[in-house]
Write a protein that binds this ligand. Structure first.
Ligand SMILES: [Zn+2]
Length: 190
């Protein structure tokens, strides 16, 4: 699944837990996209594709380097350390967020060529399990679009009711404009 869908999922997860601070919610949302750090190899692979010794960092490491249990635990510990309160809860939610990301990829990340991008869950353990799901749909298939639309709707309803959204993690001013637009359109929440 794409990074925006993962971020929306992480935000909805964070918003479903009462009492998390703004930083706690940001950490859980970041954890939900963190596994895709191993997709950055795409840039190196595209840049060097016509070189004599091209880099295959996308082909070799995507869904491997950061889509695994040790990475999830590392993100959980880092999130707990950076959190400004309720550290155990934030750390646990960060681990859960990475796992939800992995499940979303298992469900909907089949490449256009049919390749399933197996998840090396116990990486760097050699010969560890390679997770795939036979029912996996295509990365650009309609289920991913449908899930993204549903998540956007949930985020919008929460923003309308609560007065903030994950847009505020990037730009508080844009978030205020977003909430204002929603409330002008749908009225003030009761
Ligand atoms: Zn991923």
């Amino acid at each position: 699944m794409n990074t925006i869908t993962h971020a929306l999922t992480g935000w909805c997860l964070a918003e479903s837990i009462p009492g998390l601070s703004r930083r706690g919610k940001a950490l859980v949302t970041l954890a939900s996209v963190a596994p895709d750090l191993d997709a950055l190899g795409f840039i190196a692979e595209m840049t060097t594709q016509h070189f004599r010794n091209p880099l295959f960092w996308w082909t070799d490491y995507h869904h491997i380097l950061c889509h695994n249990l040790p990475f999830a635990l590392a993100i959980g510990v880092a999130s707990a350390l950076i959190a400004d309160g309720r550290r155990l809860l934030v750390g646990t939610l960060a681990v859960v967020a990475v796992h939800v990301h992995i499940l979303e990829d298992l469900a909907g990340s089949r490449g256009p060529d049919g390749y399933q991008w197996p998840i090396a869950y116990l990486y760097p353990m050699a010969n560890g399990p390679q997770l795939v799901w036979s029912g996996q749909w295509y990365f650009n298939g309609w289920p991913n679009v449908a899930i993204t639309i549903v998540l956007l709707a949930v985020v919008a309803v929460l923003a309308w009711r609560r007065g903030y959204s994950l847009v505020g993690l990037v730009s508080p001013r844009s978030d205020q404009a977003f909430v204002r637009t929603l409330r002008l359109r749908f009225g003030e929440p009761r």
